[in-house]
Design a protein around this ligand. Structure first.
Ligand code: KIV
Ligand code: ZN
Length: 516
């Protein structure tokens, strides 16, 4: 490995999926993994195979189907976990087992309180060190590429951490990852910890030193960059910074910081940055977790210039207020605005320019939607096209479709809804009243589909572009019998968008296999 190359280890599908509210089906994870391969990440952590059947299956499918990156599976430092990880990874061309055990006093005290790990803290630490070494050796029995993480390294006694790192490298770990599990450290401090490892661990150069930072104090990216400056050559991160609590270090921020400030950090990544925006959109779409507008790199405002002085400056010389170009992350400025007269060719050409690869069937459905929209809206922007295409590309079979809906609501009236829902040739009509028009429509749909147990746990609406004729995009999170799905619907009529989002969610309950 060249010393000026940083390995990008994406853990969107493992740590990222631990984001509150994010739950992806196996199929959705495979779709994201293919996009991560197009983004040219070096490693995809596909899951934690022993934690559930669904995690196992997602890891297995990604290992089998996704080519290019190394595919990693997580395992605690115990044999059963490592066996299960290997079973999931065995069809990968380049598999990696990532095994971990907690090393900070606070974790050891609560997780290893049983006397079987020793009576004193010193005894427990010795036992944990042995368990780490045994786990690495055991994983090496399956494959050469083994990563070890001392969990909560950020709060681990540095001398003990050095001993653990040295021992696991001796046992054959090819990557040693230093997680700041609780996002507690400061950049100077975390960089200092990495510096200490390079100074004090005699065999440190026999492995790649990696970092994995959480964002509880908003410092995950800063801490990761501080570590790179001190010699870390793998960074673990997630798309849009998804992850437990406040999330993990955001991949797009790490990669663009390393690119834009190569003058300071002096390292490269292998990322195809022109795929960043598309990957961010895909992850937001499938997890149902939107990106905040002012989010660095991929937020809607990241390249928007609002004030007159800034706009004037950028028009005269872009570099006055832009440190990177939108094209660098694959965000093409809309040169063409499509409309009613654009036709098939124009639509297809723009899809190609935006980088969408649709099957014939998907294209036909997207084109129909585009025509409907162009009839309602004079100008169709790239954002509208993205909303249409994303809706079509990830569509499950449509058990239920909307035939008709009518809403009555207003000041002083009881909101009521009448819906007709088609299931095959059968059309079922129902009516209901509710707290508002959306509530009334959802009650009527539940009756018409017989899916009365479904619970709406979240509802968000956003305007895809500006203006009163804009397309509204509704995202709903639905739960039933312990399962969770995300439904989306778009329309220039926000009640229709709400109805379509709800039906999309119900169709997912029917179409997606039950996953443990
Ligand atoms: O945050 C953490 O410590 C982790 C490890 C399992 C690497 O996610
Ligand atoms: Zn983590």
């Amino acid at each position: 490995m060249q010393d000026d190359r940083v390995i990008i280890f994406d853990t969107t599908l493992r740590d990222g999926e631990q984001s509150p509210g994010a739950s992806l089906s196996v199929e959705e994870k495979v779709t994201i993994a293919h996009q991560l391969a197009r983004l040219e990440v070096d490693v995809i952590e596909a899951g934690f195979p022993i934690s559930s059947e669904a995690q196992f299956e997602a890891t297995r499918r990604i290992a089998k189907e996704v080519e290019g990156p190394v595919i990693a599976g997580l395992a605690r430092a115990v044999k059963e976990d490592i066996d299960r990880a290997w079973q999931a990874l065995r069809e990968a061309k380049r598999p990696r087992i990532h095994t971990f055990i907690a090393t900070s006093d606070i974790h050891i005290r609560s997780k290893f309180s049983s006397e079987k790990y020793g009576r004193t803290m010193e005894e427990k630490k010795e036992r944990i060190l042995e368990m780490a070494v045994e786990a690495v050796r055991y994983a090496k029995g399956y494959i050469p590429d083994v990563e070890f993480s001392p969990e909560d390294a950020g709060r681990t006694d540095p001398d003990y951490l050095c001993r653990v790192v040295e021992a696991v490298i001796d046992a054959g770990a090819t990557t040693v990852n230093i997680p700041d599990t609780t996002g507690y450290t400061m950049p100077e401090e975390f960089g200092g910890l990495i510096r200490t490892l390079f100074r004090k661990v005699p065999n440190v150069h026999k492995a790649i030193i990696s970092v994995h930072c959480h964002n509880d104090l908003g410092l995950a990216v800063a801490n990761s960059l501080a570590a790179v400056k001190e010699g870390a050559r793998q960074v673990e991160c997630t798309i849009n910074g998804l992850g437990e609590r406040a999330g993990n270090a955001a991949l797009e921020e790490i990669v663009m910081a390393l690119k834009v400030r190569k003058d300071i950090l002096g390292v490269d990544t292998g990322i195809n940055t022109r795929e960043i925006y598309r990957t961010s959109r895909l992850v937001a779409h499938l997890t149902g977790i939107d990106v905040q507008p002012n989010k660095a790199i991929v937020g809607a405002n990241a390249f928007a210039h609002e004030s007159g002085i800034h706009q004037d400056g950028v028009l005269k010389e872009r570099a006055t207020y832009e440190i990177m170009r939108p094209e660098d992350i694959g965000l093409e400025k809309s040169r063409i605005v499509l409309g009613r007269h654009s036709g098939r060719h124009g639509f297809k050409a723009r899809l190609g320019e935006l980088g969408y690869r649709l099957s014939e069937e998907e294209f036909e459905r997207a084109y129909e939607k585009f025509k409907e929209l162009a009839d309602k809206k004079k100008e169709v922007y790239d954002e509208d096209i993205a909303a249409i295409v994303e809706g079509e590309m990830f569509r499950v079979p449509q058990t239920f479709t909307l035939d008709y809906f009518h809403i009555s609501s207003g000041t002083g009236t009881i909101p009521t809804a009448t819906v007709k829902v088609k299931r095959g040739k059968e059309v079922v009509q129902e009516a209901a009243w509710g707290d508002g028009p959306v509530d009334a429509a959802y009650k009527a749909i539940k009756r018409a589909t017989g899916m009365e147990d479904v619970r709406l746990s979240d509802y968000t609406i956003r305007s895809v572009t500006g203006g009163t004729e804009a397309l509204g995009e509704v995202t709903v999170r639905l739960e039933a019998e312990g399962r969770k799905v995300v439904g989306r619907g778009t329309s220039t009529d926000i009640i229709e968008a709400s109805v379509l989002a709800f039906l999309d969610g119900l169709n997912k309950f029917v179409a997606l296999p039950r996953e443990a």
